[in-house]
Design a protein around this ligand. Structure first.
Ligand code: SF4
Length: 461
């Protein structure tokens, strides 16, 4: 399990009197995509009700707060900040009034030309309430010369470059938007007589909604009293984030039309085929390495053992009562089971290595618990480049694989052998066209080259 921060999760519901409750459950299912803040905006066609706050869904929507959110359609958001600081002014959905009518936007991804767009808008006199790249869309809509809102929106969207999955609330509809590069997932479902959209299909399961399909690249879906209407933005080179399958998305989700569980298990099987070492047991780093480890174990016929146990009760609520070392901090989260690993050669399956610092501490705790030899199998290639499309990877100088050779990393994290899944192996494991994936964090090949993204706090004073 890497300490990579997710991007965000979004959801929208149309035509259900329990919209707020459905959004609450959807956001709860998408909580893994962001825990800094969250919000719900619902509308009954006349009034708009909003509740937003810093913290997780269960912290913000404590007893009673949902019942005041009346409306038959709405949108919601869970946030991890990738553009704009983590502060109350930046909590989404972003809400504003235009021509006396309410509009709200929730966004997952990063708009890479946001710096240039905001500079131009500010020169024209636009005043921004937030430091979100999301707000730029609303300003672009208001300055568009088109007449109808739909045309203004399409005009505004055509100016954006980068990763953007949006759900938008207007006075009488919700709209789902997928960028034409297809960086981030967005699914469509049916719920009773209405519709639901969400970043991942796991959001549908709790609400009783039925998965219909993934939005296609560049699709803009208008959901209103007339049903569903789809419009498509001009085509671009498809570049889906492969990291959604490796780490971000929940294994019980379908994203981009493929099962995350199957993809993760296939990654483990492919890794087992390529892995040059052997061992007595296969041990996952829970939870994100577990399914790849299962695939690895089944492919190689080496027993799968939960040699490391995860404490599920810490998360954001773990408050250190006294100063503890980083080493103890790692053990609080993941603790080795001594009698499972003592005296054994173990193959540790990890989804990814970012800085390498937590891997080093985990390997040390496995050694302290008596492991004889430790080989590490990583279910993706070395991460060498930052992401500009909504994932908060550190800069190149902090990425261990960008700085050091394989031999050096082996020494640095203290393993007896280390192997990363090959790029081809990774691409062939997902079950979607290989040429339609973004692999920029592994290869440095960015599909949008003229990025001016300057870090998530680029718009802060
Ligand atoms: S650079 Fe990596 S994390 Fe970012 S969108 Fe591409 S594959 Fe995903």
């Amino acid at each position: 399990m890497s300490f990579i921060k997710e991007n965000c999760g979004i959801a929208g519901v149309y035509n259900n009197k329990h919209s707020a409750e459905i959004l609450y459950l959807s956001l709860f299912s998408l909580q893994h995509r962001g825990q800094e803040s969250c919000g719900i905006v619902v509308c009954d066609g006349k009034t708009v009700n909003i509740k937003k706050g810093m913290g997780t869904v269960s912290e913000v929507f404590k007893d009673g707060t949902l019942s005041s959110l009346k409306g038959s359609f709405g949108i919601g958001h869970v946030r991890y900040s990738t553009t704009g600081s983590s502060s109350s002014k930046n909590i989404q959905p972003f809400f504003s009034e235009y021509s006396g009518k309410p509009y709200a936007i929730a966004h997952n991804g990063n708009i890479v030309n946001s710096h240039l767009l905001r500079e131009k808008l500010e020169k024209r006199g636009s005043i921004f309430q937030t430091t979100l790249d999301t707000e730029i869309l609303m300003h672009l809509i208001t300055i568009s010369k088109k007449i109808k809102f739909k045309d203004k929106l399409l005009d505004a969207l055509s100016k954006l470059k980068g990763a953007f999955a949006f759900v938008i609330l207007t006075p009488d509809e919700i709209i789902g938007v997928k960028d034409p590069w297809d960086f981030r997932p967005l699914c469509l479902g049916k719920i009773k007589n209405g519709y639901i959209v969400a970043s991942e299909s796991c959001a549908f399961d709790l609400t009783g909604a039925r998965y219909i399909r993934e939005l296609s690249p560049g699709e803009v879906v208008f959901i209103n009293k007339d049903g569903i209407e789809s419009v498509h933005l001009p085509q671009k080179k498809i570049s889906r984030c492969i990291f959604e399958f490796i780490y971000f998305a929940r294994p019980d989700s379908n994203i981009f039309g493929a099962s995350v569980y199957n993809a993760r298990k296939n990654l483990g099987e492919k890794l087992a085929e390529e892995f040059p070492y052997s061992g007595d047991i296969v041990v996952p780093i829970p939870d994100s390495g577990s399914i790849a480890a299962l695939g690895f174990s089944q492919k190689r016929g080496i027993p799968f053992e939960m040699g490391i146990v995860r404490n599920h009760y810490i998360g954001r609520t773990f408050i250190q009562p006294f100063q503890i070392s980083r080493e103890v901090g790692v053990k609080v989260k993941l603790n080795p089971i001594r009698n499972v690993i003592k005296g054994k050669d173990i193959i540790v399956v990890e989804d990814s290595i970012v800085r390498g610092t937590t891997s080093r501490l985990r390997i040390k705790s496995l050694r302290d618990a008596g492991a004889k030899r430790i080989f590490m199998a990583v279910s993706c290639p070395p991460i060498k480049y930052p992401c500009f499309y909504g994932i908060d990877f550190p800069s190149r100088k902090e990425l261990i694989a960008a700085r050091y050779s394989l031999n050096h990393i082996v020494k640095e994290i203290g393993v007896d052998g280390l192997y990363y899944l090959s790029l081809d192996g990774m691409l062939s494991s997902i079950g979607l066209p290989e040429e339609e994936f973004c692999t920029a964090c592994f290869t440095g090949k960015y599909v949008i080259k003229d990025s001016h993204f300057e870090g998530k706090e680029q718009f802060e004073l």
